[in-house]
Ligand binder design. Structure first.
Ligand code: UGA
Length: 444
């Protein structure tokens, strides 16, 4: 099939590359010419395992190309995906200006019948607005091409996006016209051996499903984090409780890991946007507000624990920090719990020695003044940052941190104290190795 993907951000790039991999002819339109030049050379500006190799192969094979010209990109497209950003507006609702600008441009340029698909996470009613914008442009030009608009939200996780796209749990197709549904069914058939996993529904239901899925996952996390808080007081280990409840299939084992809070570009933004939608409809979103509040609190817990440990005196203390990205497998710092901790530590006068396999460059740019002043040291070696530390804090559970040489770490630290923000270590084993260990929702 001839496909055009508009937007070479994280979603657009993965979508374009994976459709090309499945034998479609894909043109990806990106308005930033420098990004187009980079991508055309096979350089991928985001960190996503497996993406660069696949993209290079598809470029070389001629299945995938990049352009900054929308007109050239859509010329032969049967399906056009809109995968541009929907950042949070000032009031937390989704800012649709990029999506609607693309719709306007499509209205100005389209001259053939095609299917336009919203891939970006957009509030209910957006597909209708996109259709209005496109049709207004077509009508002005007296262009009779018939355009169908559908919603096909993505459920990719950063760090495993290629795998998620190639082997999806389900694909949601929201389209009110059979012809549009049929095109998307054909396009996704090779990704879904089991056709029951392609779910067709109304456009509005598809748009809402995306928000409901992310809000539910965020709720699971905030719920377990609240349980962890109660457990800690009662001398109960949340890790035992997690296993105890997760084995009930109605609850499930996923997304019930207590930790120092969720981050990323999706959960925080989508929960906020859904709150605004509910308010707009006169519904009090009490659960969603609690999910947000619990997460904000959760991000402060590691700092509170450190402050207590040092009796309120962090000035001059050396704190080693493992993991800066909001989760393993990405260099993305958006809404990362590490930033809340880092800000608080720097403000309190601590010296921070931080390590991350992918995100140190971004942190160096963001905290240039602290790096310059010698208050923040960055390294890719977990051992280098443990040197002389009064405490070590695990924030992001990268594989590299799972089984370190603890005797070596202990030897390097001034004080063997470990705060485990993701509960990945065995508390008893660390105690045996001479560490003072503190987890989230685990008895001291
Ligand atoms: C999330 C969803 O999982 C995807 O399905 C969705 O497509 C995507 O948002 C999106 O809307 O684009 P992502 O933000 O990449 O994906 O990351 P997740 O793997 O879901 O992790 C989010 C955060 O939750 C991380 O900070 C992680 O550390 C935290 N988390 C996750 C927990 O604290 N506990 C858990 O049990 C699971």
């Amino acid at each position: 099939m001839q496909i055009c993907v508009i937007g070479a951000g994280y979603v657009g790039l993965v979508t374009a590359t994976c459709f090309a991999e499945m034998g479609n002819q894909v043109v990806c339109v990106e308005r930033d010419p420098q990004r187009v030049a980079m991508l055309s050379r096979g350089e991928v500006p985001i960190y996503e395992p497996g993406l660069e190799t696949m993209l290079k192969a598809q470029l070389a094979g001629g299945q995938l190309s990049f352009t900054s010209q929308l007109k050239a990109g859509i010329r032969r497209a049967e399906v056009i995906f809109i995968a541009v950003g929907t950042p949070s507006g000032e009031d937390g609702s989704a800012d649709l200006s990029h999506v609607l600008a693309v719709a306007d441009e499509l209205g100005e340029r389209l001259d053939h019948a095609c299917l336009v698909v919203d891939k970006s996470t957009v509030p209910v009613g957006t597909a209708e607005r996109v259709a209005q914008h496109i049709n207004a442009g077509l009508a002005r030009r007296e262009q009779r091409a018939r355009v169908i608009v559908a919603s096909n939200p993505e459920f990719l996780k950063e760090g495993s996006a290629v795998e998620d796209f190639m082997r999806p749990d389900r694909v949601i197709v929201g389209c009110d016209e059979e012809r549009g549904r049929e095109l998307l069914r054909r396009l996704y058939a090779p990704f879904l051996r089991n056709h029951e996993r392609l779910l067709c529904m109304s456009v509005r239901a598809a748009e809402f499903s995306k928000y409901a899925a992310n809000a539910f996952l965020a709720t699971k996390i905030s719920f377990i984090n609240e349980m962890a808080g109660i457990c800690a007081r009662l001398g109960v280990d949340i890790e035992e409780v997690r296993r105890g409840i997760g084995s009930d299939r109605r609850i499930g084992t996923h997304f019930i890991y207590a930790g120092c809070g969720y981050g990323g570009s999706c959960f925080p933004k989508d929960v906020k946007a859904l709150i605004r939608t509910a308010e707009h409809e006169g519904i009090e979103p009490g659960i969603l507000r609690a999910v947000e509040a619990r997460n904000a609190l959760q991000k402060t817990l590691l700092f509170q624990a450190l402050r207590e440990h040092f009796n309120g005196h962090l000035q001059g203390r050396v704190v080693a920090l493992w993991g800066l990205a909001f989760k393993p497998g990405t260099d993305d710092l958006r809404e990362a719990p590490s930033l809340v901790l880092l800000d608080a530590l720097l403000t309190a006068g601590a010296k921070v020695q931080a390590c991350d396999p992918a995100a140190t460059a971004a942190v160096a740019a963001r905290y240039a003044a602290a790096v310059e002043a010698g208050q923040l040291m960055l390294s890719e070696s977990p051992y280098a940052v443990a040197q002389g530390a009064d405490a070590l804090v695990l924030v992001t559970e990268w594989k590299q941190f799972r089984q370190p040489d603890f005797p070596r770490i202990r030897g390097a630290m001034r004080m063997p104290v470990l705060f485990d923000g993701r509960n990945i270590y065995d508390a008893d084993q660390l105690a045996e190795l001479g560490f003072l260990y503190r987890g989230i929702g685990r008895p001291a």
